[in-house]
Ligand binder design. Structure first.
Ligand code: NAD
Length: 520
């Protein structure tokens, strides 16, 4: 008897995976039999599929293969870009209000299909379905937000001498490429496509080969909402497909979410074509807990900063600096709460931590815990492989969330992005000292501070070298606020009004009302 997905959601999830997916409900595993590329308003097999490299996508909860697909090569990438180019010609002519209407309708459909989208995300990514529903909320909100901004896109009028004048036009860029990571597959696709389409661009999106499925739902939703065929296309594949997209001469911009080393390659390839890039990269963010904080909120904040999506979150506050006076109390409460996190089948309603994305990644994260111990850190809880009781989950990639203490700034667990459920606790004495240590990292994505002292909160927020600073909370991402990094965590922003600027360009029109004053 399958109880992992609510019975009402099941037929809809099956529909979501394609008109005729093979589904083995007795194992709770879906096998996607539909093509995972989307071009010209329909699912398609890649044009160059014969003999091309094949990839498998897994269900992390069970270790089963849920989809096999072909990586897109040069021909398929070209066709997707050409379809996007054709759609751009139509889309750019529409008023902002008309574009906004399509986005609003897509937002409405996402909201209506929230449960099935969240379920598909959970099956392919492993995050708890409880959390996946939160993610989907941020997605329809994002589309609604940019739908509202689309109509207000415009320039300014400037008066010049002699009745002449100038004005600026904010214009779309053309075909934009989105390349996504596997930790928030549907959300990343929404955060990139919504502002891109609102500005009048078309998009070709490549998800991570680990999570190829849910973005197809978004592609179909855009079509259903009235987007012209080719406006939002999906190609599948890994690094080679990503490079083809960055190098394509008809691509105007690349927005990338992923690791720092890959970000450098994306920037390099795009630089050859003088293409602007947005880079949303990794982090090793500090969370600073002052002794005057509200302790319970700080403890909850530290868990939110470390254990969402099994710790696989770019902006996680994994270096938790705690002022010495409250170190004991804080640590004790953090451990108590961490041990209560329910790990297991992510499709069950009460699960709060599912499996990691795949076995190599699980082993990598466990390896960080091992090195931390060797370097002198103390494991207060977790950091072990976890085997759920349910036999169908025995091949899943689970581990128990880990709290490390006695950490030093020079330890590997404090310096490198682990991207798993591992919190490193460090102690500090003074504000000046902790700021120095918090900023001593090549990353600069996010940061956090817990204190009741208002002036200190603003002082610390101003001094932290990071694109985001959470005060008395952590890992909330309202779409109205820009999100993005400093230093090696990247540049450009997602969300917020400013992102309209990253998906558009400014034209100056200079209007002469008199005669030409020639020097010749
Ligand atoms: P990754 O860099 O391995 O891959 C990201 C994407 O890039 C994938 O789609 C991949 O197929 C593609 N890719 C790989 N090589 C490429 C190449 N040479 N050219 C073009 N594309 C290429 O990252 P990942 O493992 O998927 O994701 C984890 C990383 O992403 C972490 O470092 C995390 O911090 C970061 N991340 C950042 C944010 C953010 O908003 N700042 C959000 C989520 C994840």
């Amino acid at each position: 008897m399958l109880l992992r997905v609510g019975p009402a959601a099941l037929p809809r999830v099956l529909r979501a995976l394609g008109p005729a997916p093979v589904a083995s409900m007795s194992t709770g595993t879906f096998v996607v039999s539909q093509p995972l590329n989307y071009r010209g308003g329909a699912r398609v097999e890649p044009a160059d599929s014969s003999g091309a490299e094949k990839e498998k996508a897994y269900e992390p909860a069970t270790g089963r293969v849920i989809a096999t697909f072909t990586c897109s090569g040069e021909k398929e990438v070209h066709l997707a870009v050409q379809d996007a180019k054709a759609a751009f010609k139509i889309w750019r002519q529409k008023s902002g209000l008309e574009r906004g209407r399509v986005l609003l309708e897509a937002a409405r459909i996402i909201r209506e299909r929230k449960d099935e989208i969240a379920t598909v995300e959970t099956i392919n990514n492993g995050k708890s379905v409880f959390e996946a529903r939160w993610d989907v909320d941020t997605c329809w909100q994002c589309l609604e937000y940019y739908a509202g901004l689309a109509g207000s896109m415009g320039g300014e009028h400037v008066q010049l001498p002699g009745g002449s004048f100038g004005y600026t036009r904010r214009e779309p860029l053309g075909v934009c490429v989105g390349i996504g990571a596997w930790n928030y597959p549907f959300q990343i696709a929404c955060w990139k496509s919504a502002p891109a389409l609102a500005c009048g661009n078309a998009m070709v999106f490549k998800p991570s080969p680990f999570t190829p499925v849910s973005v197809l739902l978004l592609a179909e939703i855009y079509t259903q909402a009235g987007a012209p065929p080719g406006l939002f296309n999906v190609v599948q594949g890994g690094g080679a497909t990503g490079q083809l997209l960055c190098q394509h001469p008809d691509v105007a911009k690349v927005s990338f979410t992923g690791s720092v080393p890959t970000g450098a390659k994306v920037m390099e390839a795009s630089a050859r074509g003088i293409k602007p890039v947005t880079l949303e990269l990794g982090g090793k963010s500090p969370l600073i807990i002052f002794s005057d904080c509200d302790l319970e909120n700080a403890v909850k904040g530290a868990l939110m900063a470390n254990f969402l999506t099994q710790g696989e979150v770019c902006c996680n506050g994994t270096r938790v600096f705690v002022q010495k006076e409250i170190l004991g109390k804080f640590t004790e409460q953090v451990v108590k709460r961490t041990q209560k996190i329910k790990i297991g089948d992510p499709l069950l309603e009460d699960t709060r931590m599912g499996p990691l994305i795949n076995r190599p990644h699980l082993e990598r994260v466990l390896g960080f815990v091992k090195v931390a111990k060797e370097q002198g850190a103390k494991v207060l809880c977790g950091g072990e492989p976890y085997v759920p009781e349910d036999p169908k989950l025995k091949d899943g990639y689970y581990m128990s969330p880990c709290v490390l203490t006695d950490c030093r700034d020079d330890m590997t667990c404090v310096q490198e992005e682990i991207f798993g459920p591992v919190m490193s606790i460090l102690s500090f004495d003074t504000e000046a000292e902790v700021l120095e240590r918090a900023n001593a990292t090549p990353f600069g994505l996010a940061s956090g501070v817990f204190t009741r002292d208002v002036q200190r909160a603003h002082r610390v927020a101003a001094e932290l070298q990071a694109g985001v600073c959470y005060v008395n909370n952590y890992n909330v991402s309202p779409v109205e606020l820009p999100f993005g990094g400093y230093k090696k965590s990247g540049f450009g922003r997602e969300n917020g009004r400013v992102t309209m600027e990253y998906y558009s360009q400014l034209k100056t029109v200079c209007m002469e009302m008199g005669d030409v004053q020639s020097v010749f």
